[in-house]
Design a protein around this ligand. Structure first.
Ligand SMILES: [Zn+2]
Length: 651
């Protein structure tokens, strides 16, 4: 966030002034300071009345228990703790709204920000209270829960479910929860609208204009809601029980359209027809769940007052996690000026320094944090991270001896073991220790064991799967590496993961080829060694019978011809080698020079700086190539290797 609008700036200044002078503000005559309310699954904080924060916490817990009934049995991803920050009104919320595509998203009334260390839900009290037909709070919370179960869900499903559950209402007797009430705005947006084709809807992500252009966003949300409604409450709720199956199919890599057909029995065209009919009809029925006992969460709440330093540290950390690092620094340093021993502010500042690529400064802050609060697992974890990042640069600059390197590695291990002991459900600790065992200590088996524990905690995280594949690659177990990486490359809903997996597969293939080549060379060498008679070597263009300047061995497999390399022609379709032999001129193609192996057996030729163009000296070469299969190509085949041989070797 680089630019502040005058209005935001004014609000920020006013807020800053208020925070600097008093720990409190007056709400309807009541004096209010920072308060934290803890329930079983949430920490709800704000500069707000305790009773408002309690209502937020209770509503979230009620809702959680209702929504949990829908979600599949079995493992879910361990989530970072969830902190809900409640702002007293939209004006107070404004400076903390997320920045999307470089601009403050002024239109949001609440936001969910997932993170490795903490999840934040933010919202303004007056936008959600008194409750309207739908609730930002519930919308945002649905995101959190769906993420834990179904990390790589497509955007339409995440937003559709969030919209659907945003209208959930608990009855007065606390025994019945209703879902699926109409959203008047969404119904209006759908009326007479040309629906987005389902194949397109399935592909929409955060980079799509449907998500970030205000003119299109409305229809995207409305149609996502309608489709979720069609699945959950349509046909008397008959399809509802199939949703977990759909979710499972997508997670296991089935393409969206196929998953939809397998789970709900509609192919895409039929589903499109059924959805438009559903929207045209416009009867969005509600459904009700009944509980045997009334839901009671009030009695489990614990409220505590927070210091102003803690409040500022929290706001700073929120800004840091919503991509507003520059603004976060002011809050964090003010928090520390009020309480220099506040570990959580130092942890956030350390994380900020890491993001700013200042590992040494990060290390200093994090060491102070770990000292101030030895039980803060993030301090230990991030300290190891900072040590790891700083260490790379030092080693490159040759400033680090082997002994220093090993001591540094041991220090990282100690910090990470402390982090894991303090927070055994925090997958990042295992992940980072695995990376360090693999990259710094050459211990892939330790890495695999650690990653197995991380994956137990977060079975849907593809980055952990790819890291495990890397460890197998490191060990040379190519088959297992490929088995792990392939499904991610093909089916992950996260484009970045698909790219990383594809790159990893290329590396696996390249490493495997090299390994095979080495093996076959070793075999070949063994065979040739077994035969004392070098005359058995049937290569053309071979060395003299009684030993040449070097002992040349058959190195490449394919068609071979001895001749003179007269030109290397390069153009936009690749490289063509022209080799003149006794009876013809061969034209051999390659995608680029790097895909041909050049070897020299003569001091007269250096292969280090081959350039495109005619070869002045038309050197004698043994060329190995794959004869062409494709008649349409004007070449004789694909060049594999060029070996420069001395002039006096026989033809
Ligand atoms: Zn949303």
């Amino acid at each position: 966030m680089k630019r502040l609008t005058p209005r935001v700036f004014a609000i920020l200044s006013a807020l800053t002034a208020a925070l600097a002078s008093f720990n409190v503000y007056a709400a309807g005559g009541e004096t209010v300071g920072w308060v934290s309310v803890r329930s079983q699954n949430f920490t709800v904080v704000g500069e707000a009345r305790e009773k408002d924060l309690r209502r937020v916490a209770v509503r979230l817990e009620e809702f959680r228990s209702a929504l949990a009934r829908l979600l599949p049995e079995g493992p879910k991803d361990a989530s970072a703790p969830t902190t809900v920050i409640v702002f007293r009104d939209d004006a107070a919320y404004q400076p903390f709204k997320p920045v999307l595509r470089g601009q403050t998203a002024s239109y949001v009334a609440g936001y969910f920000q997932p993170g490795a260390e903490v999840n934040y839900i933010t919202l303004a009290l007056d936008s959600d209270w008194p409750r309207g037909p739908s609730s930002t709070l519930l919308h945002e919370y649905t995101h959190l829960l769906v993420n834990n179960y179904f990390r790589s869900a497509p955007l339409w499903l995440k937003e559709g479910l969030a919209e659907f559950y945003s209208t959930a209402r608990l009855s007065k007797d606390r025994r019945r929860i209703s879902t699926g009430a109409q959203l008047p705005d969404r119904v209006r947006q759908l009326r007479g609208a040309q629906l987005i084709p389902l194949r397109a809807l399935f592909e929409i992500d955060q980079g799509s204009p449907y998500y970030y252009e205000s003119g299109k966003r409305g229809l995207f949300y409305a149609q996502s809601w309608a489709l979720a409604h069609f699945i959950l409450n349509g046909d008397g709720g008959a399809r509802r029980a199939r949703l977990p199956r759909f979710v499972e199919l997508l997670a296991s890599g089935v393409a969206p359209a196929d998953a939809f057909r397998q789970a709900f029995g509609f192919d895409v065209d039929a589903a499109e027809g059924a959805l438009s009919a559903y929207v045209r009809l416009g009867v969005y029925a509600e459904s009700t769940e009944t509980y045997a006992r009334p839901l009671d969460f009030d009695s489990q709440l614990r409220a505590t007052a927070m210091s102003q330093a803690e409040g500022l540290a929290l706001l700073g950390d929120l800004l840091l996690h919503t991509d507003r690092g520059e603004e976060s620094e002011g809050y964090l340093t003010r928090a520390l000026s009020l309480d220099s021993t506040l570990a959580r502010a130092r942890v956030s500042l350390g994380l900020l320094r890491l993001r700013q690529n200042r590992p040494d400064d990060a290390r200093a802050e994090l060491a102070l944090a770990a000292h101030a609060d030895p039980r803060n697992h993030l301090a230990h974890y991030l300290l190891a991270d900072a040590l790891n990042r700083g260490a790379g640069e030092a080693a490159q600059a040759d400033r680090l001896s082997v002994k220093d390197f090993e001591e540094r590695t041991e220090l990282m291990r100690a910090e990470l073991r402390a982090a894991i002991e303090l927070a055994p459900d925090f997958p990042e600790g295992y992940r980072l220790l695995a990376k360090i065992e693999m990259e710094r200590a050459d211990r892939p088996d330790e890495a695999i064991a650690l990653l197995r524990r991380a994956i137990q905690l977060a079975p849907r995280r593809h980055d952990l799967v790819l890291l495990t594949a890397q460890a197998y690659l490191f060990k040379g177990v190519f088959g297992e590496a490929r088995r792990l990486a392939e499904p991610v490359a093909m089916y992950s809903a996260e484009p970045r993961m698909r790219e990383q997996a594809a790159e990893l597969l290329q590396r696996i293939n390249a490493r495997e080829q090299t390994a095979e080549l080495q093996r076959s060379r070793a075999d070949q060498a063994a065979r040739l060694d077994a035969s004392a008679d070098a005359a058995l070597n049937i290569q053309p263009c071979d060395m003299p019978l009684r030993g040449g300047p070097q002992y040349k061995r058959l190195r490449f497999e394919g068609e071979q011809t001895c001749g003179r390399l007269v030109a290397i022609e390069c153009d936009d379709v690749g490289v063509t080698l022209r080799v003149e032999s006794a009876d013809k001129t061969l034209q051999l193609h390659a995608d680029d020079l790097r895909s041909i192996r050049f070897v020299t057996y003569t001091a007269a030729v250096k292969t280090g700086r081959l350039v495109c163009g005619p070869r002045e000296r038309a050197e004698q070469v043994l060329v190995t190539y794959k004869p062409k299969r494709n008649q349409q190509r004007a070449t004789d085949g694909e060049a594999l290797a060029v070996e420069f041989v001395p002039e006096d070797w026989k033809h």
